[in-house]
Design a protein. Structure first.
Length: 342
């Protein structure tokens, strides 16, 4: 049986030293990293973007089916995704955690394995944070810092009439992975001896438990001199996000159901559950794909990338936000995605 080290036995500074003992610095802009009152960064004339996310056990994740190393990885990814959504490159993160005494040092080591794996994969420095006691459960707060060439950042409010609406990757998979794990959790709680039946659903489970951020799309933009007119990442569902862009850009939109990308495994599992795959793509969250608009004249550059789908176009605000179904009917787009305050 693996040994268990109580967190209290190390103390706060001892715990920080333990968790950051193998921390690496990858960027020249990181002047002072973990271990002082604050980090020091020098960004050599680039513009800085900063974003932060809070993840709370029982609200954003369930440790019944979420491995701690996957949780560490995903906690970093959700923040890096927001940096990429500004057309910026993430360079540093800070991480703060609140833990109850049900967690051991070994459990936190597992969580930080995932954090460091994400930092390595995305070339990001961990430069600080905080640790504290939580009355119950696990609380994670991560701040990500990125850099962008002067005035090349992309906001949500720049879409213009006639712009093409695009998404990366495919949608709905993470939501379907969540439905699968919630189903298996229910069965497990009712019959603890029963082995989970994951039906070889590796793709939708990976999209839920270990998502990736779309660095490749931002690299593609830079290589092909594309600057989107608006952009955000899809964390709360496609319908919610396109409505954000249209509201802030003071426009309307038309989406085409047949153009919305859904992976074959997602489609098959949705049908198995009696769900509409398009509804999962529109309302399911946590895909961390990029939703963006570009000028029509940039279209020829997009065909170079199979990971990008054009799913509609921007209209005048008076026309509203609508989706054209496969049967050629028009319906208003409604926000039914994740609402963290409900």
């Amino acid at each position: 049986m693996p040994s268990r080290t109580e967190i209290a036995s190390l103390g706060e500074f001892g715990l920080i030293d333990h968790l950051t003992r193998n921390n690496e610095t990858r960027h020249a802009s990181t002047i002072v990293s973990v271990g002082d009152d604050a980090a020091v960064l020098d960004h050599f004339g680039k513009q800085i973007v900063v974003t932060t996310d809070l993840l709370i056990e029982g609200v954003h994740f369930d440790l019944v089916y979420t491995p701690l190393n996957h949780l560490g990885y995903k906690s970093v990814i959700v923040n890096l995704s927001d940096v990429y959504a500004m057309n910026a490159i993430p360079t540093q993160i800070t991480i703060s955690i609140g833990v109850s005494n049900r967690f051991s040092v070994e459990a936190l080591d597992e969580f930080y394995e995932g954090v460091y794996a994400a930092c390595e994969r995305y070339n990001v420095d961990l430069i600080g944070g905080d640790t504290t006691t939580s009355a119950k459960g696990f609380v994670i707060s991560i701040t990500a810092i990125g850099e962008v060439a002067p005035d090349k950042f992309v906001k949500r409010d720049g879409a213009k009439k006639g712009d093409l609406i695009c998404v990366s990757g495919d949608l709905g998979a993470a939501y379907l992975g969540l439905l699968l794990m919630e189903r298996e959790k229910k069965i497990f709680l009712e019959s603890p001896g029963v082995q989970p039946d994951l039906e070889e659903q590796d793709y939708i489970l990976r999209r839920l438990l270990k998502p990736e951020a779309r660095k490749d799309i931002i690299d593609f933009f830079q290589k092909n001199n594309i600057v989107p007119t608006s952009m955000m990442d899809i964390s709360d569902g496609l319908s919610s996000e396109i409505l954000h862009i249209c509201k802030q850009s003071e426009t309307g939109c038309v989406l085409y159901e047949e153009k919305i990308p859904v992976a074959d495994q997602s489609r098959e599992f949705a049908f198995k559950l009696g769900l509409d795959p398009t509804a999962c793509a529109l309302s399911g969250g946590e895909d961390y794909e990029l939703l963006f608009t570009i000028k029509q004249e940039e279209y020829d550059k997009l065909v170079l990338n199979e990971q990008i789908s054009v799913i509609g176009y921007i209209t005048e605000a008076a026309e509203g936000c609508n989706i054209i179904t496969k049967s050629d009917k028009k319906h208003p787009v409604t926000a039914q995605g994740w609402n963290p305050l409900k």
